[in-house]
Design a protein around this ligand. Sequence first.
Ligand code: HEM
Length: 538
Amino acid sequence: MTDLLSLLPPGMPSPTSLPGIALIGAALLVSYIILQAIYNLTLHPLASHPGPFLHRASFFPYLYRQVTGTLPLDMLAFHARYGPVVRISPDQLSFSDPQAWKDIYGHRSPGQPEFPKPYFFYRAKNLPPSLLSESRENHGTLRRLMAHGFSERSMRAQEGIIGGYVNMLINGLRNASGGFGGEQGEGRNGVSEKEKEGVRVARSTGEKEGKPPVPVNMVSWYNWTTFDVISDLAFGEPFGCLKKAEYDPWVDAIGKGVRFGTVLMAIRTLGLEDVLLPIIENLSNKARRFHRKRTMDRLERRVNLTKERPDFMEGLLQKKEEWGMDMERLAANAGLLIIAGSETTATLLSGATYLLLKHPEAMKKLTEEVRSTFKSEEEITLSSVGSLEYMLACLNEAMRVYPPVPIGMPRVVPKGGAKVAGTFVPEGTVVAVWQWATNHNEQHFVEPFEFHPERWMHDPQFANDRLDAVQPFNVGPRNCLGRNLAIAEMRLILAKIVFNFDMQLANHGKDWLDQRGFIVWDKHPLPVYLTPVERNGV
Ligand code: HEM
């Protein structure tokens, strides 16, 4: 050993000293990364698939794009460069062919296994599973139990609850847009501290042009409404956001959590969960205890209700003993419903509002449809808005241009491998269709970046559009359970707003869609001037 040490070049630290150990550690790490890269590029089962060079060699550039929120957008350029199948990280393929929706996520014929959901994306080791993360074996039964709250019958029974919050939204907007000024107005118009600066600029522009004095931040109002609706349907009581015209800490935490979720996924992808998660949990202990106590208190109040209620929990509660549903699992599913059902719907409503206001022709057509279909506020209900065809086209087009979930929902190719959109994929590969990129692919759509609701109205100009490429709710056995409710709720909210107000964007200059995409978008405030429509002199 002493002889070996004497071979070291002069000036090198001794391998038994601290700098020496650090140097050896660094050399081992670099060698590991190089060997991994060589393996990923040559012997890995996906080695022959094309893809961005660095992403094929290592996870790091992919994860960097993921945690900085550019990945869903970058995916479009990757497909433009490499074609319909791209190797986006050492073990992941992205598909842009619409056929891939069915092949990856669709229902299987008997004997064919589903593509399971990967652990790194869906499951936290320390939490009980929800419907979203439940194993394939348990998913079907749990889904049937929960589907009870989403049936046609339940939705009809929920009309009163949902309609009540939408009316609160309309009243709140009426007050916030015109009735208040100065500091009081600031508190009531949905503008948080962080957002105030943008709105101040918007307001002064509006005043110069003789507009109503207070723009309202539609992102906040939509969020408050959808969170109150879903909380009522999941816990039996709202968050009270609409009443107070401010965010509840629970709701605020969800917004931050969604962004943090991508960091968590990166940690799991690198296999560092056991090391880093306890540290993160320790740092956020106080906030987590607060959040957990409020969830459990709410849940307990709902569980203790003796009267039947047409909400999401009723089906689960009726079978809770039979299914061994303890409070932890009930809380996991109530939490899922709130996260899945409110942020997504509010995001799409915000995007649709922006896109309509940027396209006055479409807004004019929609306004005509709504105001000619309904003569009074009371006629606008969850069921009656089903007849608004142009409205549905606008929402569909908004979901194409600005899908609330812009990423690809990952699945794992099962044993033996499988064909996806005509390409054989080896087992264990993570595959997905990335929504934003697929929806903006010029091979699928004429003018993919333009907002044309007419695509969805059989306009011959768009006859060759691949409308089947747009799947905002996903397809197959694990598609969105709340799809019908989401569409009905969005139609109702937008119809009531268009019926009651003329709208105008407060800051026309900025492209509001220029956002970073995590699991959902990191939305900017959307300040809008609202002018109440006068009817019968009112
Ligand atoms: C515009 C609104 C919405 C969009 C774009 C949307 C999108 C999605 C997507 C893409 C999935 C599949 C996730 C995956 O494959 O991992 C999903 C699942 C789910 N969504 Fe939605 N969603 C919306 C609204 C809602 C609403 C209103 C609810 C309920 C209140 C809801 C409840 C669920 C549930 C429970 C699942 C899990 C289903 C399962 O795994 O069986 N969603 N949603």
